[in-house]
Design a protein around this ligand. Structure first.
Ligand code: DGL
Length: 267
């Protein structure tokens, strides 16, 4: 390890699975000098089906352990299901820590839609959240927003990334309720409000009954992290410790380890 005076504290990113990698890949482009620690809470996957109080409690305790063990410079909650539930509680519990959340991109969708019909595709947890309802209330009262809770899509994305296969009919069934026709208008934007979904967006595009914009907020989240992080001193490339992946199950299988290695993470 070298880097002298440079800030080597990692930027921590957490998701229940591979979804946060969609954010990590954007963050790497914007912050090539940063060291990343990617935390997979696979012992709790999928977050989407958890009861709210129990998941909030788990997240607050888990971040406490991770902050104590890894001293991150900031934490990106790279998961809508966790952010819409626990961001406030995390900020209250760890007031010294910077948290960047991932919440459904309802505001940009409302700004961009021409038909006024927007769908938000998310886990059942995110769809139920008051936080999500408040976003609609605050930014999208002029649109008709359909909330579509998908039970299986995050797991389908996990399988697809590991084995390159996805049941197209299953993807079709999950996305079908997003497509609304009303008074000659059609849904024109689908918000990808789960970080897993961009990995299967090509499949979704293929199965869609008509073309729509699939809104992936990963780059916006990475920009937000860049904006609030303290700058790293010095210029140019620096030798540094590798980025690592940590699993709460403590036992990722060989396929998962290879997948993480493909993203430049030591697992
Ligand atoms: N990637 C997570 C999100 O953004 C959810 C996946 C899960 O259900 O665990 O909501």
């Amino acid at each position: 390890m070298s880097g002298g005076a440079r800030d080597e504290r990692p930027l921590l990113m957490l998701d229940s699975g591979i979804g946060g990698l969609t954010v990590l890949r954007e963050a790497r482009v914007l912050m090539p000098e940063r060291r990343f620690l990617y935390v997979v809470d696979d012992a709790a996957f999928p977050y989407g089906n958890w009861e709210e109080a129990a998941l909030r409690e788990r997240l607050v305790a888990l971040f406490g352990e991770l902050i104590a063990a890894h001293d991150p410079v900031a934490c990106v909650v790279a998961c809508n299901t966790a952010s819409t539930l626990a961001l406030d509680a995390l900020r209250r519990a760890y007031p010294e820590m910077l948290f960047v959340g991932t919440v459904p991109a309802i505001k940009p969708a409302a700004e961009r839609t021409r038909s006024g019909l927007v769908s938000v595709l998310a886990t059942p947890g995110t769809v139920k959240r008051q936080y999500t309802r408040d976003l609609i209330e605050q930014w999208a009262t002029k649109c008709e927003v359909r909330l579509v809770g998908s039970v299986n899509l995050a797991a389908l994305a996990e399988t697809y990334m590991r084995h390159g296969l996805v049941a197209e009919e299953a993807v079709h069934a999950e996305i079908a309720p997003c497509f609304v026709e009303k008074d000659g208008r059609r849904t024109d934007i689908v918000v990808l409000a789960c970080t897993h979904y961009p990995f299967v967006v090509n499949r979704m595009r293929k199965m869609a009954p008509w073309p729509v914009d699939w809104l992936d907020p990963a780059e916006a989240i990475a920009r937000r992290a860049l904006a609030i992080l303290p700058r790293i001193d010095g210029e140019g490339p620096v030798a540094r410790d590798p980025d690592i992946a940590v699993f709460t199950s403590n036992r990722p299988d060989a396929v998962t380890r290879r997948l993480m290695q493909g993203f430049g993470l030591v697992a």
